[in-house]
Ligand binder design. Sequence first.
Ligand SMILES: Nc1ncnc2c1ncn2[C@@H]1O[C@H](COP(=O)(O)OP(=O)(O)OP(=O)(O)O)[C@@H](O)[C@H]1O
Ligand SMILES: [Mg+2]
Length: 563
Amino acid sequence: METIIGIDLGTSTTEVAVIRNGKPEIILNFDGEKVTPSVVGIDDSGNILVGESALARQIIAPEQTVIEIKRKMGLNERVHLGKTIFTPEQISAQILSYVKRFVGEYMEEDITKAVISVPAYFDEIQRQATVEAGRQAGFSVERIINEPTAAALSYGLSHLDEESHILVYDFGGGTFDVTLLEMFGGVLEVKASNGDNQLGGKDFDQKLIDFLVERFEEKNGVDLRKDIYAMTRLKSEAIKCKIALSSNEQSEIIIPMIANKDGKPLALEETITRTQFEELISELVERTHEPIDIVLNDSGVSEKDLDMILLVGGSTRVPIIKEDIAQYLGKEPVQAIDPDYAVAEGAAIQAGILSGALDGDDSIVITDVNPYTLGIRALSYDDFDYMSVIIPRNTTIPVTKKELYYTSWDNQTSALIEVFQGESSTASHNHCLGTFHIEGIPSRRAGLEKIEVSFSYNLNGMLNVEAYIPSTGNAAEITIDMLNQNDKKEQRIDVSNWKKSPLAPDFRPLVRRCEKWLSSGKIAEEDLEYVQDCLYSLKKAIIEEDLENAEWYENEIHELMEE
Ligand SMILES: Nc1ncnc2c1ncn2[C@@H]1O[C@H](COP(=O)(O)OP(=O)(O)OP(=O)(O)O)[C@@H](O)[C@H]1O
Ligand SMILES: [Mg+2]
């Protein structure tokens, strides 16, 4: 029996657990701590630092430190660490390599298999990026488990006999997840999951930072935003203040010599009350309601049927969060026994089920749901780009579903099956997972021949899509390994007519300069692909009239050219 560990690779911190004597046990890192900051840095001699040492160095070397990389997982972005450019996967892989090393020491053997948890609301690209990070760190990722499912598992293992509807409310450092589970007779069934991948305690910090920066500017006429060192100190103090406000009614922030004016040092001094803080974050708290509504609606469970609301994640320690959910759902939530370790423990339980370390009386069966809708592109009346749904989001997996389609034009003898994932009714706005052809359709008038398309999706993240022609028995299929897709590149759209977009005039000079630069042959081999990617993404954002993204890539290309 080969040991498999469970890893909670969080936005702010990472925890690791393993099953010993039928129970999850948290693995200590090299500092003897249960919690490892998800921070990667580089020192002056080019050595990579991970965890506490990287976090400690952040204050003096913010440009040589990367934090909160989880938020960038699966995005076509790079981060700078000193002089080197990394993908988000490579940064996460550094955290996981560090994990692999301390686990090896703790367990006194080399552990190569892991279950890694991700937010339930991560899409396939983000999941694949996580698997890839694990692979780069030398782990074979046996299963990706949704964080709330893991949290419920760690709860469920000690409450196997209860029958209940549990709402897991996970508000962490960078992501927010809600999941509804049903437990009966040792079976834990996920009914629905929803959330926001870009909402977490980090956003609370930002609200506080923005407030403090504005106050400082009002008082002193100095804009701290331009000074990365000042901002790093401010952020670290703002986080302390936020945490203090979870237990105190007010908290004082004093940062001496944060800036200079006319040769004189300036200090930042503010007292923040809990009420003030609650006002600052009220809009963020509000944003948690919609995912809750969707989960209740999708699962068909009404709020009065909820037996328990389980709170997980560091940000649920903020009192207003607890009050808000109690008020919104009319029920007092319960803090998980170990809100910081519940997810890692649950991942370890899943690992234990897979490895055989857990069986017999400890056993618990889990079913999960697919968080995003799956379907194919089809033709409907006047719409050539219609997302025809085959497996709706929040369907319990494993699942097999079938739909019947008809030939679209006279003498059609083949069809292109394009598999998409996403919530838009326009297929091309969703993410294309793969395509294949089915041939050998008898040549007849439109609508006379049938094509049966079936989707099977299992717990290991394998999606099998089959197309079948009932009149001839011809069939074709594709299996999409959602966890280990080799071609991770998103399907590229044609961006050649970007100039027609109303946004084009604003970006034309930069695009031209970048194209010149690309053809100059002056770009280092290892950076070439990234520059090309950025230019493509910029044009795509221009076509999609996505100003925010376009500006992001504009900025990135600027920086690359300057370097
Ligand atoms: N007492 C507290 N009061 C308020 N916030 C807190 C407290 N303790 C921790 N936090 C916040 O909780 C967040 C970290 O929570 P957690 O460790 O659950 O997140 P994570 O697992 O790293 O992130 P995610 O699950 O989003 O990927 C941070 O934003 C941290 O500042
Ligand atoms: Mg977490």
